[in-house]
Design a protein around this ligand. Structure first.
Ligand code: ADP
Ligand code: MN
Ligand code: MN
Ligand code: MN
Ligand code: MN
Length: 364
């Protein structure tokens, strides 16, 4: 478990005096966001623009020191940030923006941790099929000492059962963070479709989608960024680890709900079944793409228990939460809709997940 570190106490009242100062109309603050060399860590830095951008591509290409993010050597450290998706900034408000970027080397080749570049190519090839995604992002809130928020400091809370979608201060911990994040995402322009408390106490979920193509990855990364920033305000930590507490406690996933236009049309269930057949032949490849450590993180989570399937065996079923792929009951009844891939870990890169789902099901 992470080492102890007490939150640094500053004054929100004093901060507000400065944030309330009038901001010059012709200037705008833009926070550039990117993924670091771990493939799961998020970094950001801010700059002032003398205009208000309406699209990401109006924001200038920028750079940073990749040797400080495990992405390049000190002797050739500069990496490029290419702005890709623009959102309103729920922290600074006004005309200020967040911009999701991807990262390129000095020779304009994508860095190894840039999974967006390839994902964008695949989504472009599949665009006539209008692939939609909805990702259920599970995560856990931790106290400053690294223990789950609200858990007794010595020992454990009562066994799982009363906490999923729970209500009441003995059932859920950290709802302030969840509510603030939900509203901040809506303000920013994220397609956040819902939230719920999860099976393990102090574990929560938010859903982003349906989003078409490359937007899924862009929006989920920015929603994660917003969650980390909101949690800073409450002196709470967030972990996206897929099995934060070993043993009889549910892990955390990022179920990927997926459909193409033919799947959403009448009789689309046959298209869904065809996609499942293709997915069944590529279990190993998908597991490698579903966490940032080629399956090692998911090995702690996909144990075939606690609402997960086995990491080695592909399975599919209607309403089956112990399967790799679940066909929601309603979809089976309507004979059209979408499938749910339950395998991606909570710390997955959604660019890698959506890329391989589309490549396997419709491009190969
Ligand atoms: P669960 O029952 O597994 O907990 P949730 O309600 O948490 O499901 O999440 C379902 C997700 O599926 C939402 O993000 C929603 O936007 C997404 N979704 C709904 N319809 C489609 C579709 N046709 N294609 C892709 N995603 C979809
Ligand atoms: Mn500097
Ligand atoms: Mn869900
Ligand atoms: Mn869930
Ligand atoms: Mn689900």
């Amino acid at each position: 478990m992470a080492s102890k570190s007490h939150p640094v106490k500053t004054s929100k009242t004093v901060l507000k005096r400065f944030l309330d100062l009038e901001q010059p109309k012709e200037y705008c603050q833009v926070e550039y966001i990117w993924i670091d060399g771990t493939g799961e860590g998020i970094r950001s830095k801010g700059r002032t623009l003398d205009f208000v951008p309406k699209e990401a591509k109006e924001c200038p290409i920028w750079n940073y020191d990749g040797s400080s993010t495990w992405q390049s050597d000190g002797c050739n450290s500069d990496l490029y940030l290419y702005p890709r998706a623009l959102f309103k900034d729920p922290f600074r408000g006004g005309n200020n923006k967040l911009v999701m970027c991807d990262v390129y080397k000095h020779n304009k080749e994508p860095v190894e941790s840039n999974k967006r570049n390839n994902c964008a190519d695949v989504m472009e090839k599949a665009k006539d099929l209008a692939p939609w995604f909805g990702i259920e992002q599970e995560y856990s809130l931790l106290d400053f000492d690294g223990y789950p928020l609200g858990w007794p400091k010595q020992g454990f809370p009562g066994p799982q059962g009363p906490y999923y979608c729970g209500v009441g201060s003995d059932k859920v911990y950290g709802r302030d963070v969840v509510e603030a994040h939900y509203r901040a995402c809506l303000y920013a322009g994220i397609t956040i479709s819902g939230i719920n408390a999860e099976v393990m106490p102090s574990q929560w979920e938010f859903q982003v989608g349906p989003c078409e193509g490359i937007k899924m990855g862009d929006e989920l990364w920015v929603a994660r960024y917003i969650l980390l920033r909101v949690a800073e305000e409450f002196d709470v930590r967030v972990t996206f680890d897929p099995k934060p507490i070993p043993g009889n406690w549910n892990g955390a996933g990022a179920h990927c709900n997926y459909s193409t236009k033919p799947m959403r049309e009448d009789g689309g269930l046959t298209e869904i079944e065809k996609a499942i057949d293709k997915l069944s032949l590529k279990q190993k490849e998908h597991i490698r793409a579903y966490d940032p450590k080629n399956g090692q993180d998911n090995a702690r989570r996909l144990l075939g228990s606690h609402e997960t399937s086995s990491i080695d065996q592909f399975s599919a079923g209607v309403a089956n939460r112990g399967a790799s792929i679940r066909i929601p009951r309603q979809v089976a009844e309507d004979k059209k809709g979408y499938l749910e891939d339950r395998r991606p870990a909570s710390n997955c890169d959604p660019y890698s997940v959506t890329e391989i789902v589309v490549r396997t099901t419709v491009l190969e």
